[in-house]
Write a new protein. Structure first.
Lengths: 111, 535
C-alpha cells in the first residue's frame, strides 16, 4: 500500500471530523485518522520481501521492529480513547436525548 | 538515587491502585503519605543532580539510548516537577473532606499525577505521546466526574479535540523517525546539527507544534478550554488551569529546544498567536456572566501572555518572563478557582449577579480572593507584577507588541473589577460551611503568591541564573502605572460592560461548534505551513 493512500485515509478522517454533526460519527472519524496514522508508520517501517522481525535461521531481511512496537501501543491507546468516548456518548444521550452536536447546544440554551 | 525519576512516576500510580483496591476511610491518609515521600525524594534528587543534567539521563533496561525508553531532567523539568507536586498537595488538601466518601476521585487524581510527572521527564517522543494521551483520558474522566449533562458534553468535546490534535503530534514523530531512525529527543537534537534544511523536517516541526498548541489552548484551538474548565469541580478546574494547560507550553519549550540547531525563526509567528490568544481570551471573559467561565477565559488570555514571553529565544530575558508567568499563573489561578469553588458552594449559584456580600459572609476567603485578583491584574508586590514587567521590558522597543500587552492588561483589570462586585453588598441569608482544609490550602497558595512577588531576585538568580534586580516593585512609578490601569478599567466597566451593550451580548452568545473547531484546527495547520514552508 502506498503511503499516499494512507494520507488519503487521514484526510478522509479530517473531512468527516469537520463535517459530521453527530457525536458518534465524530468518534468514528477520530478512529479513522488514527488508523491512517498507524498504517502510515507501519508502511514506512516495512521492507519489500522482508519478514516479521523475529531473528532466526535463514532470516536476512526483516521489517523494522520499532514502528511495530510503537504502533501496538497506539492501537491500545486508541481503543481506550474510543471506549471512553462511546461511554460519554451514551451518557450524553441519557441527559439530552440526542447525539447531535447542534441539537445539544440548542437544548442547553433552552434550559 | 538514580532511580528517583522512576519512583516519582510509580509511587502515585501504585498509591492510586491501593486506593482503588482498599476503599476505606483511612486510605485518604495514604495519599498524603505518598505525597510527602515524593516531595522528599524530589528534594533529594534536586540536591544531588540539579547542577549536572548530563548525569540524569536514565535509560530503562540498559538499552541503547536511541531506541530505549529514557528519562532526562534538567532545571526546567525539575522546576515543573516542583510545581506539579505543590499543586497536587494543594488540591489534595482542598478536597480532603470531600474525598472521604468518594474514592474513585482520589484514584484518578493520584494516577494523573504519576502520568504528568512521567510526561515532564520523558526523553523520547513516543513516550511524550503516550503520556499526552493518558493525560487526555484521565482529564476527560475528571471533567465528566460531576455527572451532569454539560460535564459529559464538555468531556467528550475535550477528548475528541485533544486526541485529534495529539494525532498530529504522532504524525510529526513518524516523519522524524523516518529521517533519523530514533525518537530520542537528545539524539534528534544532535542529529539536527549540520543537517540541511529539509521540507520534511519543517513538516515534522509543524505537526509537533499543532499537538503542543492544542494542549496549550492557543488561539484557534482554545475552544475546549472554557467548556472543560468551566464545568469541572473547582479543585479539578484549579488543577487543569494551573497545571495541565502548562503541559502544552512545556511541550512547546522542549520541541523548540530540540529543533534549536535548525534555527527556525518561530518568534514572530508565535508572538502574534499569543497576542491574539490573549486578546480573544480577555474579550470573551469580559462578556461572560458565569464566575467560572470568566476565570476559564482568563486562563486562555494568560496562556497568550505566557506565549508572548516564551515565543522569544531562550537566551532572552523575555523568555524568562514567560516562564516566570507560568509559575505565577499556576499559583494565582488555582487560588482563584479554589476560592470561587467555596463561594459557589455557599451561594449555590455561579452567576456574578446573584452573588453579593461575600466580604461579610466569608471575610477570609474574600481576602484570599483579593490576593489572587491583585496578582492576576499585576499589582506591585504580588507575583503577577514581576512576570508582566519582565515581558513589558522585553518588548519595550517594539511598539505594536507593547500595545497588545497594554490592552490585555486593561481588559484583565476591567474583568476583575466586574468580578470584585461579588464582595460588596448586604449580607445575604446563606449557610456557610466551615471547611478548614480548604482554607488552609488557599492560605498557603496566597502566601506563595506574595512570596514569589517579593523574593523574586534570589529565587530567579539562584535557580535559573537570571538577574532580575532591574525590576523594582517598590516606588511610585509601578504604583501609578497600576492605578492608571485600574482607573481606565473602571471607566470601561462603568461605560460599556455594566450596561451590557449589544456588542457584549453578541460576543457572549457567540459559540463555536465542534465542526468549526475542527476547521479551525486545519486552518491553523495551513497557517503554520504557510509561515514555515511557503514564506
Amino acid at each position: 500500500m502506498d503511503p499516499i493512500l494512507t494520507f488519503v485515509v487521514i484526510l478522509i478522517g479530517f473531512y468527516g471530523l469537520s463535517t459530521s454533526t453527530n457525536i458518534i460519527k465524530s468518534v468514528f472519524c477520530v478512529t479513522i485518522i488514527e488508523s491512517g496514522v498507524i498504517l502510515l508508520f507501519l508502511n514506512l517501517g516495512n521492507l519489500d520481501g522482508g519478514t516479521i522481525p523475529i531473528v532466526g535461521e535463514g532470516v536476512t531481511m526483516i521489517a523494522d521492529p520499532l514502528p511495530q512496537a510503537l504502533m501496538i501501543t497506539t492501537i491500545v491507546i486508541g481503543s481506550t480513547v474510543t471506549a471512553l468516548a462511546l461511554m460519554l456518548c451514551i451518557k450524553v444521550f441519557h441527559h439530552y436525548g440526542t447525539v447531535e452536536w447542534a441539537e445539544i447546544l440548542r437544548r442547553e440554551e433552552g434550559k | 538515587m538514580q532511580f528517583i525519576p522512576v519512583y516519582l512516576i510509580f509511587i502515585p500510580v501504585i498509591t492510586a491502585l491501593f486506593i482503588y483496591v482498599f476503599k476505606n476511610k483511612h486510605i485518604n491518609y495514604l495519599a498524603l503519605v505518598a505525597q510527602l515521600a515524593m516531595t522528599i525524594l524530589l528534594i533529594m534528587y534536586f540536591t544531588a543532580y540539579g547542577d549536572n543534567p548530563e548525569a540524569t539521563l536514565f535509560v530503562f533496561g540498559d538499552w541503547d539510548a536511541r531506541v530505549g525508553i529514557s528519562l532526562y531532567n534538567d532545571r526546567l523539568s525539575i522546576s515543573f516537577m516542583f510545581l506539579t507536586i505543590f499543586t497536587w498537595w494543594m488540591v489534595l488538601i482542598y478536597t480532603f473532606n470531600f474525598r472521604e466518601t468518594d474514592h474513585n476521585f482520589l484514584f484518578f487524581l493520584m494516577f494523573l499525577q504519576g502520568v504528568f510527572l512521567g510526561f515532564l521527564q520523558s526523553n523520547d517522543l513516543f513516550n511524550l505521546f503516550v503520556f499526552l494521551e493518558l493525560t487526555t483520558i484521565i482529564v476527560t474522566i475528571l471533567i465528566a466526574f460531576k455527572k451532569t449533562g454539560d460535564a459529559y458534553r464538555a468531556g467528550i468535546y475535550y477528548e475528541l479535540i485533544n486526541v485529534s490534535g495529539v494525532l498530529f503530534f504522532l504524525l510529526g514523530i513518524i516523519i522524524l523517525y523516518n529521517s533519523f531512525g530514533t525518537i530520542n529527543l537528545l539524539a534528534i537534537k544532535a542529529g539536527l546539527e549540520g543537517m540541511e534544511d529539509l521540507t520534511a523536517l519543517r513538516m515534522a516541526y509543524i505537526f509537533l507544534m499543532v499537538g503542543a498548541s492544542v494542549k496549550a489552548a492557543l488561539f484557534p484551538l482554545y475552544t475546549w478550554l472554557p467548556k472543560a474548565h468551566g464545568v469541572a469541580q473547582s479543585g479539578i478546574s484549579a488543577l487543569l488551569s494551573g497545571l495541565i494547560v502548562k503541559g502544552g507550553l512545556y511541550l512547546f519549550i522542549r520541541i523548540n529546544d530540540m529543533f534549536s540547531p535548525a534555527n527556525y525563526s518561530y518568534s514572530d509567528f508565535f508572538f502574534v498567536v499569543g497576542g491574539i490568544t490573549a486578546g480573544i481570551g480577555v474579550m470573551f471573559a469580559l462578556s461572560q456572566k458565569d464566575i467560572k467561565q470568566i476565570l476559564a477565559y482568563h486562563t486562555v488570555s494568560q496562556v497568550g501572555i505566557m506565549m508572548m514571553g516564551l515565543s522569544s529565544l531562550p537566551t532572552n530575558d523575555l523568555f524568562y518572563g514567560g516562564l516566570y508567568h507560568v509559575f505565577n499563573h499556576a499559583l494565582f489561578k488555582s487560588l482563584l478557582f479554589l476560592g470561587a469553588g467555596v463561594i459557589i458552594k455557599a451561594y449555590r449559584s455561579k452567576k456574578v449577579a446573584d452573588i453579593r456580600g461575600v466580604m461579610r459572609t466569608m471575610p477570609v476567603v474574600s481576602i484570599l480572593m483579593i490576593v489572587g485578583m491583585l496578582s492576576i491584574t499585576g499589582a506591585p508586590l504580588f507575583n503577577g507584577f514581576i512576570s508582566k514587567t519582565i515581558i513589558k521590558y522585553g518588548i519595550y522597543d517594539q511598539e505594536w507588541k507593547y500595545w497588545i500587552l497594554f490592552f490585555v492588561n486593561i481588559g484583565t483589570a476591567t474583568s476583575f473589577i466586574k468580578m470584585s462586585q461579588i464582595f460588596f453588598g448586604p449580607r445575604p441569608m446563606t449557610i456557610i460551611l466551615k471547611d478548614a482544609p480548604q482554607r488552609l490550602s488557599m492560605i498557603i497558595i496566597a502566601f506563595s503568591c506574595v512570596m514569589l512577588g517579593t523574593l523574586y531576585i534570589p529565587i530567579s538568580s539562584g535557580y535559573f541564573g537570571v538577574d532580575l534586580s532591574y525590576i523594582t516593585p517598590f516606588g511610585l512609578i509601578p504604583l501609578y502605572d497600576y492605578i492608571a490601569t485600574l482607573t481606565i478599567g473602571f471607566c470601561f466597566y462603568k461605560l460599556v460592560i455594566e450596561k451590557d451593550v449589544t456588542m457584549v451580548r453578541y460576543i457572549r452568545e457567540f459559540k463555536v461548534s465542534f465542526e468549526t473547531a475542527n476547521y479551525l484546527m486545519i486552518g491553523y495547520v495551513v497557517a503554520l505551513v504557510t509561515y514555515f514552508i511557503i514564506l
